[in-house]
Design a protein around this ligand. Sequence first.
Ligand SMILES: Cc1cc2nc3c(=O)[nH]c(=O)nc-3n(C[C@H](O)[C@H](O)[C@H](O)COP(=O)(O)OP(=O)(O)OC[C@H]3O[C@@H](n4cnc5c(N)ncnc54)[C@H](O)[C@@H]3O)c2cc1C
Length: 232
Amino acid sequence: MQLEPSFPEIHDTVQKLCSQFPSEYWRSLDAQRQYPGEFVKELTDSGFLSVLIPERYGGSGLGLSAANAILEEIQRSGCNGGACHAQMYTMGTLLRHGNESQKERYLPAIAAGELRLQAFGVTEPDSGTDTTRIRTKAERQGDKYIINGQKVFISRAGHSDLLILLVRTTPREKVANRTGGMSILIVDIREAMDNGLSIKPINTLMNHASTELFFDNQGIQHSPGPRLRTLH
Ligand SMILES: Cc1cc2nc3c(=O)[nH]c(=O)nc-3n(C[C@H](O)[C@H](O)[C@H](O)COP(=O)(O)OP(=O)(O)OC[C@H]3O[C@@H](n4cnc5c(N)ncnc54)[C@H](O)[C@@H]3O)c2cc1C
């Protein structure tokens, strides 16, 4: 038995959009290790990458099922949702834990396609499945956080303006519960590049634009009000 699609209009429109990007497009990009900029622009201009952003910030304010319908249709049509799906799954972090000034600063620009939020940095060389072992740390110095550490397998960092970054603000040994002492920061990659942050591509099997990130005394401005969230 086949289930009726929940969003037939989304499936239809995404399918039409994807038909402009046949297999040859993806094969040629993969061979050249290039990012599908035209495909991502088309999705952005059509509003599909901002479905989870509330209407007051310029998105369409839909829920996860709509986002799921979009990504499902992209993959079904033979396109690569992995090129841009982070803009969907990082959104919950920003919406739930970002403060108002962060939302006003970033969300309308993301919805308008002026800013890409396509990267999130969690995994490290010595911390994969057990996230609590991350060692990248951010230390508060005045109105800045100074970040030191390394992330690995970070997809699309070279094609994103913003990075959602998981760091330790209190060492694991100093917290009662090992899941405590971690914080999430928003890093503006454009400002951070060559200013403490360096990005090295990793050649993975598929066109996933994977990278390694090296933070060497990279400073980011402390945002007024609570940072995204500190887990204690
Ligand atoms: C294409 C690609 C893109 C990625 N993009 C990103 C990204 O954008 N951002 C990001 O932060 N990360 C990214 N990752 C990293 C990914 O999240 C990690 O690979 C994942 O968290 C697993 O970590 P690991 O590779 O270190 O494996 P490990 O943690 O070393 O695990 C290896 C194997 O051991 C198993 N295992 C681990 N611990 C236990 C245990 N206690 N008991 C039993 N079995 C166990 C695991 O299930 C797994 O099969 C990406 C990875 C890939 C391959």
